[in-house]
Design a binder for this molecule. Structure first.
Ligand SMILES: Cc1cc2nc3c(=O)[nH]c(=O)nc-3n(C[C@H](O)[C@H](O)[C@H](O)COP(=O)(O)OP(=O)(O)OC[C@H]3O[C@@H](n4cnc5c(N)ncnc54)[C@H](O)[C@@H]3O)c2cc1C
Length: 323
């Protein structure tokens, strides 16, 4: 197998977890099919970012025009690298940046692209993809072509820790190719307000979904969270209603969580939510629908009404605490 390239996504001096997951996937392919794993790192002042990338080689392009991500310069540089090096496969994270680049490069270089991959398996010298399409309702499988194939990989199957190493690989600087002035200028990055907590760091999380039914019931979930010593987070319908702040959104458009306990109340388990809870140590689901997909990932579950369960749990915890 020829080389497997991985695009290194980073923001404000930190490599994104999805990049390490892509490297773990690339390493798995290299192990069964051979070939080197090459991380492609674009940016400015990026020397320190390469230190723990689990790759045989890192290609870096450092220039102030790449200090912040905008499509035009990044796509132009990547297009040149792909044309020069002709990797067998290039993996991007299934993120807004990864999808932007992979889609654009596919059109620009006439290369095949498979989006929303859950996994790429090496079978008898061929690469087979499994992609989750139509909002996760359909699994599509197929062979990757033998030219450079582009894929975007969704989180879930691979752990970020498996894409990290303590041995710094060989780093090769690639000179900046000429490209036209970017059509887009980055004016400002607006970060979420710092006043709320960072749910990605919480150990006990109570997630509320549409099953919570109305805003008044949110206070019951909050009471349960307090009793358990945890915090509230939510699926998208709850956030869209404005019942909790955006910083508490779990999922594709929000945060990835890794708590010791995730208690999901009235959450169906849509792929956009599930992809961000898979690293939780224990998931307990409360959902009146026994067919809800959340039960596929939960360790324990009940089909009781979440309001009854919440009240009962609060009562039991208070009893144990002697309150
Ligand atoms: C591009 C894109 C990005 C997205 N990003 C995100 C994201 O970041 N995060 C996210 O969460 N979603 C995201 N979504 C939306 C996602 O597809 C789902 O629509 C959403 O996760 C559903 O939320 P839910 O499970 O709360 O609601 P529903 O799917 O409506 O599920 C509600 C569940 O509650 C159960 N229920 C109802 N009443 C009770 C009760 N009394 N007791 C117990 N159970 C009860 C029902 O059986 C049902 O399973 C995204 C979608 C797209 C297309």
């Amino acid at each position: 197998m020829s080389e497997i390239f991985v695009y290194v996504e980073h923001f404000q001096g930190i490599v994104s977890d999805i990049t390490y997951m892509c490297l773990a996937q690339a390493q798995q392919i290299a192990k069964s099919n051979g070939g080197n794993v090459v991380a492609v790192l674009l940016g400015h002042n990026i020397e320190l970012l390469s230190k723990d990338l689990f790759a045989d080689e890192i290609i870096t392009v450092s220039h102030d025009s790449l200090a912040e991500f905008t499509y035009d310069p990044f796509a132009a540089v990547l297009a040149k690298i792909i044309q020069d090096k002709q990797p067998g496969l290039m993996i991007f994270g299934d993120t807004s940046i990864g999808s932007d680049l992979a889609g654009g490069l596919s059109a620009r270089l006439h290369l095949p692209l498979v989006s929303f991959c859950k996994e790429i398996k090496a079978e008898e010298g061929k690469l087979r993809f499994v992609a989750q399409i139509c909002g996760g309702k359909i699994f599509a499988e197929g062979d990757l072509k033998e030219c450079t194939s582009l894929v975007t990989l969704s989180p879930g199957k691979f752990k970020a820790k498996d894409g990290k190493t303590t041995t710094t690989p060989k780093v090769s600087a690639y000179s900046l190719p000429a490209f036209e002035k970017s059509r887009i200028t980055l004016k400002e990055i607006i970060l979420p307000s710092g006043e709320d907590l960072d749910i990605s760091k919480e150990e006990i999380l109570i997630g509320i979904g549409r099953g919570i039914e109305n805003e008044d019931n949110v206070s019951l979930a909050k009471e349960l969270a307090d009793a358990l010593g945890g915090e509230l987070c939510a699926s998208r319908p709850v956030i869209d209603q404005g019942w909790l702040s955006t910083s508490r959104l779990v999922g594709k458009s929000g945060k990835t969580i890794k708590p010791k306990l995730y208690l999901a109340l009235g959450i169906s388990g849509a792929p956009e939510h599930v992809e961000s809870i898979e690293e939780s140590e224990m998931i307990i689901a409360v959902n009146t629908d026994p067919e809800a997909p959340i039960f596929n990932i939960a360790r324990y579950g009940t089909t009781e009404n979440l309001l009854d369960i919440s009240k009962e749990l609060i009562r039991s915890i208070q009893k144990v605490k002697g309150g």
